[in-house]
Design a protein around this ligand. Structure first.
Ligand code: NAP
Length: 470
C-alpha cells in the first residue's frame, strides 16, 4: 500500500499455510518504482501528519487500535493461517499489539513537550523534541501483527511517517493492518506497506534512500549486522531488535512445579519461535533428574495440530527450512554426545510440524547450546555451583532475555546483577509488558521498544538557546 492506495505489479509470490503447505493466495511483488514512491509519499505526508496536532494524531491511533479489536476474530484467523500459531495465541498477539497502539496514542499527547534547562544569565535555553522524519522498517514472521505495530505506532505517535516491509512469509496480517489504518483516518502516506520476496534488494533501498532518517529492524542478528552496515553509509539512525539465546536457569532451591509450568510456556509458546524463547535449560545437578521427569510428562501431553483447531496447543514451524534446521541442530548435538529423551524429529504428513523434544547432556560446545534453536526443543545442561551457573548463562554472544527460578532472595539479587540480558524473568515465564523497555544487549541488538523508551527512538533533540530581550 503506497500513499493509501493498493498497487499491483507483473510479479507475485505465494503465501503458504504452514499447517498444510497449501498456498493461501498470491501477493504482488513491490517494484523499485513503487518502493521509491512509498518513501517519497512518506516524506510528503510528514507535514500533514505533524500539522494535524498531537490530539488529532492520538485520536487516529485510538481509532486504529479499536478497529483491530473490532476485527479480532478475522485478524487472528489470518495470523494462524499464514504463521501457524494456535488461534488463542493469535488473539493474544492482536490484543497485545492493540495495547501498544493505545499506549502510544496516549504518549503522543505530550512526548514532544519542550524541556527548559539552566542557561547563562540573560539567556533562555530549551530542549525541543522533534520527530526524526521518515522511518523505514523490516519485521519478521513470528509475530506478524505485534512486531509491525510496536514500531509503526511508536514512530507515528512521535510524528514520523513509516514505510514497512513485513516478512514475505506473513504479509497478509500486515496488509489487513494497513487497510485498517486508512479506515481509522490516518492520512494517506503516513503508513506505507511494501511487500516482496526480494528482501535484500528492498532492504538496500530502505536503509540507503536519502529521504530516510531512521531504520528500524526486528529479525536475526545475522541479517541485522548486514543492514547496520548498509545504514552506516548514510549515517542513518538505527534500532536493532535481534536474536536471542535465553538461558532458563533452575536453582536447587526453586519451586520445581512452578519451574516446570514456566518452562512449558517459555519454551513452547509459538512452537519455540519467539526471540525470548527459553533456549538453554541450565539445571542444578541436584534437581535436574526430577525436573526432566516432570517436564517430559508435560511435553508428552501437548496437543499438536493445525492452529485453527481450538484444541491445538502447539502449531507447525514456519517452513521446511525451519524443520531442517531444527533436525540438524539435534542430530549434530547427538553426534557430539547429547542424549535424546523425547521427540527429535519432524512429524509425518503434511505441514511443518516438529515433535516437541527434550535433549539431555548438552554441553557448551554443542550447536543446541550455541545457536538460537527457534523450535520446540528443550536442551538441558547441568551445573553444580552458582559461579558455573553464571558462566554458562553468559556464555553466548546474545543477551536478549533470561529466566531464573530460585526462592533465595540473595541468590536472585546477585544473579540479576551478573546475568547479561536486557530482560530477566524471575520465577515468571512471560515478560510481556507494554510499559517496559524491550530489547537486548551484546549481539541481541541496540535500542528499545515499548513504553516511553520506544517513542524516544523516533525523536531527535534540538537544543535552542536564545538571548533574552532581542
Ligand atoms: P530474518 O531472517 O532476519 O528476517 C527478518 C526480516 O528481515 C524479514 O522481513 C526478512 O524478509 C528480512 N530479511 C532477510 N534477509 C534480508 C536481507 N538480506 N536484507 C534485508 N532484509 C532481509 O529473521 P526471521 O527468521 O524472520 O525472524 C527470526 C529472528 O528474529 C530470530 O533471530 C528472532 O530472535 C528475531 N526476533 C527478534 C525480536 C526482538 O524483539 N529482539 C523479535 C522477534 C524476532 P523475508 O522474510 O521476506 O525474507
Amino acid at each position: 500500500m503506497v500513499n493509501g492506495e493498493w498497487q499491483t505489479s507483473d510479479q507475485s509470490f505465494a503465501v503458504v499455510n504452514p499447517a498444510n503447505e497449501v498456498a493461501i493466495c498470491q501477493v504482488a511483488e513491490v517494484t523499485v518504482h513503487q518502493l521509491e514512491q512509498a518513501i517519497l509519499s512518506a516524506d510528503a505526508s510528514l507535514a500533514v501528519w505533524q500539522q494535524l496536532g498531537d490530539a488529532a494524531r492520538s485520536q487516529c491511533l485510538i481509532d486504529w487500535q479499536q478497529l483491530m479489536r473490532d476485527n479480532l476474530q478475522d485478524l487472528a484467523r489470518l495470523i494462524t493461517l499464514e504463521q501457524g500459531k494456535p488461534l488463542s495465541e493469535a488473539k493474544g498477539e492482536i490484543i497485545h499489539a492493540a495495547n501498544y497502539v493505545k499506549l502510544y496514542a496516549q504518549l503522543a499527547q505530550d512526548c514532544r513537550q519542550a524541556i527548559s534547562i539552566p542557561a547563562s544569565e540573560g539567556q533562555t535555553a530549551q530542549v525541543l523534541r522533534q520527530p526524526i522524519g521518515v522511518v523505514t522498517a523490516i519485521t519478521p514472521w513470528n509475530f506478524p501483527c505485534a512486531m509491525v505495530l510496536r514500531k509503526a505506532a511508536a514512530a507515528m505517535a512521535a510524528g514520523c511517517s513509516v514505510v514497512l516491509k513485513p516478512s514475505e512469509l506473513t504479509p497478509l496480517t500486515a496488509m489487513a493492518i494497513a487497510h485498517l489504518s486508512i479506515q481509522a483516518g490516518i492520512p494517506k502516506g503516513v503508513f506505507n506497506l511494501v511487500v516482496g520476496s526480494n528482501a535484500q534488494a528492498i532492504g538496500e533501498i530502505l536503509t540507503q534512500h536519502p529521504k530516510v532518517a531512521k531504520f528500524s529492524f526486528t529479525g536475526s542478528t545475522q541479517v541485522g549486522r548486514k543492514l547496520l552496515q548498509q545504514c552506516a553509509f548514510g549515517i542513518k539512525r538505527s534500532s536493532m531488535e535481534l536474536g536471542g539465546n535465553a538461558p532458563f536457569i533452575v536453582c536447587e532451591d526453586a519451586n520445581l512445579e512452578q519451574a516446570i509450568k514456566g518452562a512449558m510456556i517459555a519454551k513452547f509458546r509459538n512452537a519455540g519461535q519467539t526471540c525470548v524463547s527459553a533456549n538453554r535449560f541450565l539445571l542444578h545437578e541436584s534437581i535436574a533428574d526430577a525436573f526432566i521427569r516432570g517436564l517430559t510428562q508435560a511435553i508428552e501431553q501437548l496437543i499438536i495440530g493445525d492452529g485453527q483447531n481450538e484444541t491445538s496447543q502447539i502449531g507447525p514451524l514456519i517452513n521446511q527450512a525451519a524443520l531442517d534446521k531444527t533436525t540438524d541442530l539435534i542430530q549434530q548435538s547427538l553426534s557430539l554426545g547429547a542424549t535424546l529423551i523425547v521427540g527429535g524429529k519432524a512429524m509425518s504428513g503434511k505441514g511443518f510440524f516438529f515433535a516437541p523434544s527434550l535433549v539431555d547432556k548438552v554441553t557448551a560446545q554443542m550447536p543446541l547450546f550455541q545457536r538460537e534453536i527457534f523450535g520446540p526443543v528443550v536442551a538441558i545442561t547441568r551445573f553444580s555451583s552458582d559461579q558455573e551457573m553464571i558462566t554458562l548463562a553468559n556464555q553466548s554472544e546474545k543477551g536478549l532475555c533470561g529466566y531464573l527460578y530460585s526462592q533465595d532472595q540473595k541468590r536472585i539479587q546477585q544473579a540479576t546483577q551478573q546475568i547479561e540480558v536486557g530482560l530477566l524473568g524471575i520465577n515468571v515465564p512471560r515478560l510481556s509488558n507494554i510499559h517496559a523497555p524491550f530489547g537486548g544487549i551484546k549481539q541481541s541488538g541496540m535500542g528499545r521498544e515499548g513504553g516511553h523508551y520506544g517513542i524516544e527512538e523516533y525523536l531527535t533533540y534540538q537544543y535552542v538557546c536564545q538571548q533574552n530581550g532581542g
